[in-house]
Design a protein around this ligand. Structure first.
Ligand code: FPP
Length: 261
């Protein structure tokens, strides 16, 4: 994605001492960065606050992450906002999150317009509360012709369910005679996933120190570099994004082969 370097430099301004915009190679910015936003509850509890306050604070970090991603020139930023397992949380927290998704999306639509950001969702939206579902559809419709960064929210998303769904879609096409089983290959399988048409993430960031995939993008992360930071999601800033990209650029990606010398 095109980036406005003057705007990017102004956005970063004065750097804290350990990381600086000059520490990253702007010609090797990952195309798709994905984030498991973790640690909202612990961030709140550490301050003696209700867990839900952590989610509210997490929205501010997410807004900054979107702006940072646009400034850095990602093609895609995707985030894990709510998993198929998250329904097991206390009803009050689930209700708050669903409401927060809806209100935040409405509130941030001007930002998406201003930054030319196109929305996308991964997951089964049909099962969401009506209010949330309707707002998501509105967001999709209003940003459909934007040509800048894609911002994808995984909501009611689970990777195994996504893979089973893809298998079912392909089986239906075979059953209906639209497809022969022998035609199914990696690309065709990928075209039935929620991420169809998007590049796989090159970098996965997980906040709050956990080293798990938690049923997230199991297919798409096959060759992705992982970056885990101890920072809780509400404390994650544009500087943490630079640290993650810096770490990514110092990895040697071989995709199962050997490094060319
Ligand atoms: C993980 O922290 C966070 C979530 C399950 C929710 C993420 C949601 C937001 C950041 C709000 C985003 C808003 C929109 C519009 C997408 P946790 O609760 O698992 O924290 P813990 O591990 O410390 O308990």
């Amino acid at each position: 994605m095109e980036r406005d370097e003057a705007k990017l430099r102004a956005y970063y301004g004065d750097a804290p001492s350990d990381i600086n915009l000059d520490d990253v190679d702007l010609t090797r910015i990952p195309s798709h960065v994905s984030i498991i936003m973790d640690g909202n509850g612990r961030w709140a509890q550490a301050r003696g606050l209700d867990r839900t306050k952590g989610h509210v604070a997490g929205v501010d970090s997410l807004r900054e992450a979107v702006t940072t991603s646009v400034r850095l020139g990602f093609d895609v930023l995707s985030v894990y906002a709510f998993s198929t397992e998250n329904w097991r949380r206390p009803q009050r927290e689930v209700d708050l999150l669903m409401h927060l998704f809806a209100t935040t999306l409405v509130k941030e639509l001007p930002l998406f317009h201003q930054e030319n950001v196109r929305l996308r969702f991964f997951g089964d939206l049909e099962a969401l509360p009506r209010e949330t579902y309707k707002v998501f559809q509105k967001g999709l419709a209003e940003t459909a012709d934007h040509t800048g960064m894609t911002f994808a929210l995984a909501v009611n998303y689970g990777s195994r369910a996504e893979i089973v769904r893809a298998a079912r879609l392909l089986a239906q096409d075979v059953e209906n005679g639209k497809l022969s089983a022998d035609d199914i290959d990696n690309d065709m399988f990928a075209s039935r996933l929620y991420t169809a048409g998007l590049p796989d993430p090159e970098l996965l960031i997980r906040s709050s120190g956990e080293k798990r995939l938690s049923n997230y993008l199991l297919w798409q992360l096959a060759y992705t570099e992982f970056y885990v930071t101890d920072t809780y999601w509400p404390d994650f800033t544009r500087w943490d994004m630079l640290r993650a990209i810096h770490a990514f650029q110092n990895r040697s990606r071989r995709f199962g082969g050997v490094v060319n010398k």
